[in-house]
Design a protein around this ligand. Structure first.
Ligand code: DGI
Ligand code: FE
Ligand code: FE
Ligand code: FE
Length: 186
């Protein structure tokens, strides 16, 4: 599929507002990729597909995850399934087989230990695209211009704080990712 075919397919799977978010992630990922020496085509592709399954029902996400053999531990935190499933179905749905692109999609919500630059760029673009509005976003945007790792680490802290305040479950991989990035700051 060409990029514009991928764009149209994603557009038809999402509500207008979420599609605008995706377009913001694509442009931000492209810009961050150039800034930090990442392949912008890979960044754009991962950004286009990252929320392709975001509007599926929880039932559908869990059912498809079971069919695909995705690890059971993900089912407790279903917020993490949409990226994982999009990565799994990317070859059939979009002809995207590049494992680096698929991993950037797969880990865009939790992150993981030893993230690649591409994974960090997509993670951060998702958090700071122009449509995002939450108290810490301006700080994270500022740091994103200077230090990729620090910006990703700040974004992960912000997500974990948000989850703690709401007494929501924190996926172990989210904590592993956060610890890994801060450890490397020093
Ligand atoms: O899909 P988006 O809204 O663009 O962004 P996302 O995929 O980064 O995050 C989706 C949601 O997942 C968001 O509300 C935060 C939440 N989330 C991220 N990490 C965790 C989490 N939710 C739980 N319960 N546990 C996590 O570790
Ligand atoms: Fe997402
Ligand atoms: Fe995110
Ligand atoms: Fe997103």
């Amino acid at each position: 599929m060409t990029e514009s075919e991928i764009r149209e397919k994603v557009k038809s799977a999402l509500k207008e507002k979420r599609f605008q978010h995706v377009e913001g992630v694509v442009e931000t990922a492209d810009r961050l990729a150039r800034k930090y020496g990442v392949n912008p085509e890979q960044a754009r592709l991962a950004a286009w597909i990252h929320d392709y399954c975001k509007e599926w029902s929880e039932e559908k996400l869990v059912q498809v995850a079971k069919e695909l053999g995705i690890d059971d531990s993900y089912f407790e935190v279903t917020e993490l399934l949409h990226g994982h499933i999009a990565a799994e179905i990317a070859p059939q749905e979009f002809g995207i087989v590049d494992p680096e692109v698929r991993n950037a999609c797969r880990y865009h919500t939790s992150g993981r230990a030893n993230m690649t630059l591409l994974e960090k760029v997509v993670y951060l673009a998702d958090a700071i695209e122009p449509g995002r509005d939450y108290p810490a976003v301006e700080d994270i945007r500022k740091v994103a211009e200077e230090d990729l790792d620090k910006a990703v680490a700040l974004s992960m802290d912000n997500t974990i704080e948000f989850l703690l305040k709401r007494r929501l479950p924190i996926f172990p991989l989210s904590v592993v990712a956060r610890n890994d990035l801060w450890r490397k700051q020093k």
